[in-house]
Design a protein. Structure first.
Ligand SMILES: Cc1ncc(COP(=O)(O)O)c(C=O)c1O
Length: 491
C-alpha cells in the first residue's frame, strides 16, 4: 500500500499524530473564524475567556487516565471484533461539524450536512451499482436492516421472511418488533453460506416476501451466493435484501475510478466466487452497508439503500413543526430514526472524497485485509497445531486446535486455553482475539466427524483482520500471531 493511503491514518505508533494536530488546529481556527464572522459587531458575551478552568482540567486528567484502560482497537494486535481504526478525514470531518452540531433529520437542521449526506449516498449508490435509488445514513446496521424490512413489509403483499441461521441477531429482534411471525432461519452449508436447497424447499411451500442474504456474516464473514439467490428471486419472486453491513464495501476492490467493474483478469487475486458475488450486488433490491465497519468511519454510521425509490413512501411521516422546506431533502421524513448527527455525514463525506470507495482508494485497504486473512489461512494450514474451520470469504478467520481425539469437548478445552491467553479476559495479552460459538445443530454439518456426546456448543477462535496494518511488512503481525499460537500450543 502506498504512503498516500497509509498517511490517512494516525498509525499504530501515532506516526501521523503531528500532522493530525496541525490539521485539527486548522479546523478549529476555521471554526473560530466562522463564529466570529457572524454579526461581527455583536458584543462578546464572555468577558474573561478561559485560560484555566480547574474543574474541567481536573476532570479531564481523571478522564484521560480512565480511558487508558480502553482496548487498543486501533492496533493490529487487536483482532477480536469489527473495530476499525478511523481515518484522519473521518476525525476531521466529525470534529468540524461536532462543533456546530447539525441534525440531519430535516434540511433545516443541517442544510450543508444533509447535502453532504445525499452526496455520500450518491457515492454509495455508484459503488453498489444501483444507479438509481434512494437511501440514507443510519446509526448502524441493525437500524438499517429494520427500516428495510419495515418498508418491504408495507410495500408488498404478505409473505414469509427468510434469513440464514448465521445471520446477525438483529433479524430475529426486528421480526419481533415488526410483529412478523412468518419468519424462518435457513440452514447454512459448510462454508456458512445459505443452503440454497433448504431455502428452495421453503420457497416452494410458502409465498415469500423477503429474503435477507448475508454479504459478510458476523461470525465468519461468509458471503451467500447472491448469483443463485437472484435465480431463485426470478423463479419465486421476492424482495432480495443484502445484509452487507460488514462486507458491502468490499465491492470497492473490483471497481475502477469511474465505479465500473474491473474485468476479472485484472483482479486475479480475488477468488472467482467472491468476484461474481461482488458483481451481483447491483441486482439486489435493497441493502444495508455500514460505513462504521469496513468504511473507515467512527461509530454511528450505517446506511440503507433501496433500488426502488417507492419503498421510501411506505415510511413517510410528516410533522407540523418541521420539514417545511419541501423542495429540499428532509431525510427524517423517510427514515426510522429522527435526530441523526450531521457530523457523521460530514465524516463520511470528507473520507470518501479523500479515500473513494473504489480500487484506487478504499479498495486497496480492504484488499489488504483480505490478503491478511488468506495469509493466516495458509500459515495455519502449515502449523502442526492449528486447523482452519473454513475457508474465509472475506477477512474473518475461524480456527481450532488439532486434537488426537475428535471430540467437541477436546476442541473446546483448547479453545478455552487460547482464549484465556489471547482475549479481552487476559491481562496484557499478546493478541486479542474472539471466540465463535456454534450450536450443536451447526456442528453436525460443519464438523460431522467430531463426536458430540454432550450435545454441547463448539467454540472456535475467531480473528477479524479488518485492520489493514496486518498486511504490512510482509504480514508481520499475521506471522507474529501464528508464532504466538504455535508457541502457546507447543507441548
Ligand atoms: C452482518 C451484520 N449485520 C448487521 C449488523 C448490525 O450492525 P450494528 O451493530 O451497526 O447495528 C452487524 C454487526 O456486526 C453485522 O455484522
Amino acid at each position: 500500500m502506498t504512503n498516500n493511503i497509509l498517511n490517512n491514518f494516525i498509525g499504530p505508533k501515532a506516526e501521523n499524530i503531528k500532522y493530525l494536530k496541525k490539521l485539527l488546529d486548522e479546523v478549529i481556527d476555521d471554526h473560530a473564524a466562522w463564529r466570529k464572522s457572524f454579526y461581527e459587531d455583536d458584543p462578546a458575551l464572555i468577558k474573561t475567556p478561559a485560560i484555566y478552568n480547574r474543574n474541567l482540567e481536573n476532570e479531564l486528567k481523571k478522564f484521560m487516565k480512565r480511558i487508558h484502560s480502553n482496548l487498543p482497537f486501533h492496533h493490529p494486535r487487536y483482532a477480536a471484533q469489527m473495530l476499525k481504526d478511523p481515518a484522519i478525514p473521518t476525525i476531521l470531518g466529525y470534529l468540524a461539524l461536532m462543533m456546530s452540531n447539525p441534525n440531519n433529520h430535516a434540511y433545516e437542521g443541517g442544510p450543508v450536512t444533509t447535502e453532504m449526506e445525499m452526496e455520500v449516498i450518491d457515492t454509495l449508490l455508484k459503488m453498489t451499482g444501483y444507479k438509481k435509488g434512494w437511501g440514507h445514513l443510519a446509526s448502524g446496521g441493525s437500524l438499517a436492516n429494520m427500516e428495510a424490512l419495515w418498508a418491504a413489509r408495507d410495500f408488498y403483499p404478505e409473505g414469509s421472511v427468510f434469513f440464514s441461521e448465521v445471520s446477525h441477531y438483529s433479524w430475529k429482534r426486528i421480526c419481533s418488533i415488526l410483529r412478523i411471525k412468518n419468519f424462518e432461519e435457513i440452514q447454512v452449508d459448510a462454508r456458512f453460506r445459505i443452503d440454497l436447497n433448504h431455502l428452495e424447499k421453503k420457497l416452494k411451500k410458502k409465498r415469500t416476501m423477503f429474503v435477507a442474504a448475508n454479504f459478510g456474516s458476523t461470525g465468519t464473514g461468509s458471503v451467500d451466493s447472491i448469483t443463485d439467490l437472484l435465480y431463485l428471486k426470478e423463479k419465486y419472486g421476492f424482495h432480495l435484501h443484502l445484509d452487507a453491513a460488514y462486507g458491502g464495501f468490499a465491492r470497492s476492490v473490483i471497481l475502477d475510478k469511474s465505479f465500473n467493474i474491473i474485468p476479472k483478469k485484472n483482479v486475479k487475486e480475488i477468488d472467482n466466487y467472491i468476484y461474481e458475488q461482488l458483481k451481483a450486488i447491483e441486482k439486489s433490491d435493497s441493502l444495508t452497508i455500514d460505513p462504521h465497519k469496513l468504511g473507515l468511519i467512527s461509530y454511528g454510521a450505517g446506511a440503507v439503500l433501496y433500488k426502488n425509490e417507492k419503498l421510501k413512501d411506505m415510511i413517510l411521516n410528516t410533522a407540523p413543526y418541521t420539514y417545511h422546506k419541501l423542495d429540499k431533502p428532509n431525510i427524517g421524513m423517510f427514515s426510522l430514526e429522527g435526530s441523526r448527527p450531521g457530523a457523521m455525514a460530514a465524516a463520511c463525506y470528507l473520507t470518501y472524497k479523500v479515500i473513494p470507495p473504489h480500487s484506487g482508494g478504499l479498495g486497496k485497504i480492504i484488499f489488504s485485509s483480505i490478503s491478511s486473512s488468506k495469509k493466516f489461512y495458509q500459515l495455519a494450514a502449515t502449523s502442526p497445531y492449528l486447523l482452519n474451520l473454513n475457508q474465509p470469504d472475506l477477512d474473518i478467520n475461524c480456527f481450532y486446535v488439532h486434537t488426537d481425539e475428535s471430540t467437541v469437548k477436546a476442541v473446546n478445552t483448547n479453545t478455552e486455553l487460547l482464549y484465556n491467553h489471547l482475549s479481552v479476559e487476559t491481562k496484557n495479552p499478546e493478541f486479542i482475539l474472539s471466540k465463535f460459538v456454534l450450536p450443536p445443530s451447526l456442528v453436525k454439518r460443519i464438523l460431522p466427524d467430531y463426536t458430540n456426546a454432550q450435545n454441547a456448543n463448539l467454540s472456535v477462535m475467531r480473528i477479524v483482520f479488518m485492520k489493514h496494518w496486518s498486511s504490512l511488512r510482509n504480514f508481520y503481525y499475521v506471522r507474529e500471531l501464528i508464532k504466538t499460537l504455535n508457541r502457546l500450543l507447543q507441548k
